[in-house]
Design a protein around this ligand. Sequence first.
Ligand code: KG4
Ligand code: ZN
Length: 322
Amino acid sequence: FSSRLVLGIETSCDDTGAAVLDETGSILGESLHSQKEVHLSAGGIIPTVAQHLHRENIQRVVQEALERSGVHPSQLAAVATTVKPGLALSLGIGLEFSQRFVRQHNKPFIPIHHMEAHALTVRMLHPVAFPFLVLLISGGHSLLAVARGVDDFLLLGHTLDEAPGDILDKVARRLSLIKHPQCSTLSGGQAIELLAKNGDRRRVEQGSLLSCVNDLAAATQHTIASHLAKRTHRAILFCKDNGLLPSSTPTLVLSGGVASNQYIRKALTIITETTGLRLLCPPAKFCTDNGVMIAWNGVERLRESKGILPPHVDVRYEPRAP
Ligand code: KG4
Ligand code: ZN
């Protein structure tokens, strides 16, 4: 291998992910174990269950990523792992595994901030220069920030109550969409997006239960989309007034699980088109949690020698990191 290789490990929520990347962002090998089905049938993520499943799968997932890449641990330049924010019990499994791994193979360790990794994944796919505006919308987070550098983020705002994915999941649960014939394997957000296609947000039809559910799905999706569009519009104007974005190709990056929603994307497209910004959104596979985005953040940090620790340093996880 002609460039430095990074192993990335993600266990902050309900996905056990690992990937090996080279310095150019080529994915040499990856593996992902999703706990979605278990949590869907339980009606939500139970932290002890998530922890148990991470513990059961992490060894295999990391080994698979390494084997698929044809890379031996001795060839790695560093190991990057999510240490904040997330579920304490889940973060603990990834961190514990990683610290043992880096000590065993005598490799540098790079602690990763999960949201920063989401924000920078786009740079693995497109040449996006700093600074750019980023909107992250997922099950656990909703935030607007200006990414100014690999370790330099200006937080413009974040949700004061619940993240959009969390709301979609709760509404889906109250509507028992898991029992809906078309939705049994879908996340709350996916189910609502699907049903909203046949719904009307302005009226909740009387009589037919099915179309009533469709209308409620459409209304929920529209309310979230319009709220996000208004806040993003305000953030763009603030950035322009304060010279926070470059005059040539100012960019809004959209990421997180909820970013795969086409209706929400359309609403944000209208905002970026009217304000003269370019809208970039990584493909769904890179918007949700995985080891690739963590490895990429490790690559970016390695390139700039930012936050690289020797293997023996004790690192703590921070569930509520800002
Ligand atoms: O980023 P992610 O995989 O995990 C974290 O929360 O960190 O996001 C998962 C969230 C869930 O709440 C799910 O309902 C939502 O993203 N989601 C969607 C869609 N696909 C997943 N929300 C709206 N539309 C979708 N198509
Ligand atoms: Zn995430």
